[in-house]
Design a binder for this molecule. Sequence first.
Ligand code: CO
Length: 129
Amino acid sequence: MNAYPIDHVAVAVSSLSDAVPMFERLSGASGSPVEALPAQGVNVVFVGSVELLEPRGPDTTVARFLDRRGPGLHHIAYRVPDIREALRQLADEGYRLIDSEPRPGAGGHQVAFLHPASTGGVLIELVER
Ligand code: CO
């Protein structure tokens, strides 16, 4: 059984420019430059270990999340040494995968998501750095 450290926590926000200052105030860290991820429909800023996700348009998963639930915790990311191996192990253990294959995420890292239906209602991201 492999244990994975937490890589980051992600928060969905309506506006990065509105949200970043509070997280900078709390952590003392400066926000990273905005990274656009058109394929995921988000703009991303990291403030320390908090990833802020802003939708790039109304027809994106994060925009739908904001419509449904409002701003707030979006996912928890765990760092894995080998994402394909982690996906294989977790699927064997009965976790439901959103991504059976890794895809490029923030920072160019490989990421994959586990379905909240199998993780107590929390969206879980796996990240291989
Ligand atoms: Co993330």
